[in-house]
Design a protein around this ligand. Structure first.
Ligand code: DGJ
Length: 681
């Protein structure tokens, strides 16, 4: 029973604390025990701190009530301000990677007991179902977390993570951080016995934070994190990564002024931050400046403005300059935006900058823009001089919002000026932002025509089916420059199984899904793609312009114009490359957005005999290609590099890139090992 603890909205809490302070004739909450009585805490129902942590039990009603001082009687504003009001910053189950600790702690985390440095009683209630996990996909506070043993007998009411923190009485802002590498699940939390987070979804590979306010009236702040809906499904176990406990300031004109001074440095250096975070900051800074001129605004007004400015300041993101590859970490372009080039391809191109007319050699990355999820994906291009830092060159092939847009938006009217109405209807069907699926774009430069040709997996509904992957086609678009805009030509079904072979899904001929392209030393280009409902890979020769098959399917000769590979083996995500006269084909299995085990194959020619060489990943204990799916292998100075996608199916735009160096032994066998960070030789 925690009936004498309180959880209100912050304004109510502050109002209650303020009223209590007036009643006791001093600052808000000037007399701890008096306040407790006045705001409803029953006298004589104190909890002891040790009892609380040892099971959050209550002591006998007759035990003497201790007087717990009020926060603002214990600390000055300056003192709390100097630690940013932070009393505890608990890196659950781990180490304080960045060294920041709250005022009351000297360890990153500890079982409940006295802090060795500050003497405060705090920590977690140890339980044998708790497992401490270090996770190298996270960083700082998300690197460590508590999990629950998979075979734990989960008790809906009891099993969870319990923490107690010794604090003076007062109002606290508490933040719980959850970095969840598992499938989405729900987490519930109680503070001081009251529900503060009700079955909140924590998504895969996403940091979820929840901040709330709680009023402490007994010198101890108690937290519980659990999942009452877990049932018998261990996949629903809660996790917990960190806890922040902050004192809540008294909001005044002076405090707002102080915040303006503290945040002014950012104001002075706008170029350091991403526009997406700097613009809202500036707006709040200006609003705070105006309010700070008013001496007699309501505390609530100062509070609102203080918190909004602080939040905008905390949200400022510096534009990063990369000097290494950081597989799996968020990767931003030189404007600070997450790179949107999923299922992509990197190559070196000689380009002419359309604005400056300057000719340069650039690394060129094309890929899917997943900003708006699975469909609505245009194709983005990025350029780079060093492969670490990328500049956004725009959406080089846009999808279409409405049929009307094709006839009215100058971007499209110019691009499709020569198209008939029927052709435009077709463009809309294939690029409809509401339904078309555009995946795995790959760019070819055609020396003969001087045109850039973009191939991609073009899927979506058809005239006869609403299913989102009904079309199963390869799409093609062309442009005079790699900067686009690329003009969509059409999407096609490709070659079919010859009559003397046993094809899969004969009723759905020529399917093409995950795809890639490859140009051989003689300039012949090939398209490599999953066909037969993803059961069989095909390699088909392209025509001299690279814009269609070398020979239409009905005339194609097996072995000359195309081949089928590994019938029934279910491989996709192909990436073909040439090294030392030998051809290599990297592939994944077919498990939707979930990663699976890679396999690669070798041959002496593109349309030759391919040999299965197994999984090239070394130390990939989970057999998930290091939690990624191949999309391209490119080379630089004789070295080869693997590009993969770590898909986040719940939030595709937040999928990460896994780039890793590839090694070859003397016999040409390839291997890929994982590393957190690496640089080019
Ligand atoms: C796996 C493919 O490789 C991706 O490109 C995408 O099509 C997903 N399947 C969709 O589930």
């Amino acid at each position: 029973m925690k009936g004498r603890t309180y959880l209100y909205g912050l304004s109510a809490l502050l109002a209650a604390a303020y009223l209590a302070g007036c009643a006791s004739g001093g600052k808000p909450g000037g007399s701890g025990s008096a306040d407790r009585t006045e705001t409803g805490a029953a006298a004589g129902q104190q909890e002891t701190e040790s009892g609380a942590a040892a099971g959050q039990q209550e002591t006998d009603e007759s035990s003497a009530a201790e007087t717990v001082p009020y926060l603002w009687d214990v600390h000055t504003t300056e003192e709390l301000m100097s630690v940013d009001y932070l009393l505890y910053r608990v890196n659950c189950a781990g180490a304080q990677a960045d060294g920041v600790l709250g005022l009351y702690q000297t360890a990153a985390d500890q079982p409940f007991g006295e802090d060795g440095g500050t003497g405060k009683q705090w920590g977690y209630r140890d339980a044998d179902y708790m497992v401490a996990v270090e996770d190298d996909t996270g960083e700082d506070l998300t690197r460590y977390r508590w999990e629950i043993r998979e075979d734990a007998e989960y008790d809906t009411e009891q099993t969870g993570f319990y923490y107690d923190f010794e604090v003076p009485d007062g109002v606290y802002e508490v933040t719980l951080g959850f970095y969840n590498p598992f499938n989405a699940r729900k987490v519930t939390a109680e503070a001081e016995g009251e529900l503060v987070m009700d079955a909140q979804k924590i998504l895969k590979y996403k940091l979820t934070e929840n901040t709330f306010y709680t009023s402490v009236r007994d010198g101890s702040l108690q937290l519980k994190v659990f999942n009452p809906d877990r049932g018998k499904d261990a996949m629903q176990n809660p996790v917990l990564s960190y806890i922040l406990v902050r004192a809540v300031p008294e909001y005044t004109q002076e405090l707002l002024q102080e915040l303006l001074e503290r945040t002014d440095a950012a104001n002075a250096d706008p170029g350091r931050y991403t526009a997406g975070t700097y613009d809202p900051f500036l707006e709040q800074y200006r609003a705070a400046e105006a309010l700070a001129q008013k001496p007699d605004a309501a505390e609530e007004e100062y509070r609102q403005q203080y918190l909004t400015l602080q939040e905008a300041f905390d949200g400022l993101e510096e534009i990063k300059v990369y000097q290494s590859f950081l597989p799996g970490k968020a990767w931003t372009d030189d404007a600070g935006n997450l790179i949107q080039a999923h299922g992509g391809q990197v190559q070196q191109l000689a380009v002419t900058d359309p604005e400056t007319g300057k000719q340069e050699t650039k690394w060129w990355w094309v890929g899917e823009d997943k900003t708006n999820g699975s469909s609505r994906s245009g194709i983005c291009a990025y350029s780079s001089d060093d492969l670490y830092n990328w500049h956004f060159e725009g959406v080089v092939m846009r999808n279409v919002e409405s049929r009307d847009q094709l006839d009215t938006d100058p971007y499209f009217t110019e691009l499709y000026q020569d198209y008939t109405k029927e052709q435009k209807d077709r463009v809309f069907l294939c690029l409809d932002a509401g339904s078309a699926i555009i995946e795995r774009p790959k760019l070819l430069y055609n020396e003969k025509t001087g045109m850039y040709v973009l191939w991609f997996h073009a899927d979506g509904p058809t005239e006869t089916s609403d299913s989102s992957y009904a079309a199963a086609c390869a799409g093609v678009a062309v442009s005079e420059t790699p900067y686009g805009p690329f003009r969509f030509i059409d999407r096609y079904r490709l070659n079919t199984c010859p009559p003397d072979q046993e094809g899969r899904y004969p009723q759905s001929k020529g399917m093409a899904r995950d795809m890639n392209v490859f140009v051989d030393t003689d300039g012949t280009a090939y398209i490599i793609y999953s066909s037969e409902e993803n059961l069989t890979l095909y390699i088909s020769k392209l025509n001299d312009e690279y814009t269609y098959l070398a020979v239409p399917p009905e005339e194609a000769v097996y072995g000359r114009d195309y081949i089928r590979l590994f019938p029934g083996a279910q491989r996709e995500a192909p990436a073909l490359f040439l090294r030392d006269g030998g051809y290599y084909l990297m592939t994944s299995g077919c498990t939707g957005w979930a990663p699976n085990q890679a396999r690669y194959y070798r041959a002496d020619s593109v349309l030759g005999e391919w040999t299965d060489c197994g999984d090239p990943c070394v130390g990939d204990d989970r057999h998930t290609t290091f939690d990624s799916q191949s999309t391209c292998i490119f080379s630089m100075d004789g070295n080869y590099y693997y590009m993969g996608d770590r898909w986040n199916s719940e939030d595709l735009k937040n999928s990460r890139y896994i780039w890793l160096p590839i090694s070859f032994d003397e016999a040409g066998n390839m291997s890929i090992s994982y590393t957190d960070e690496w640089t080019l030789p």
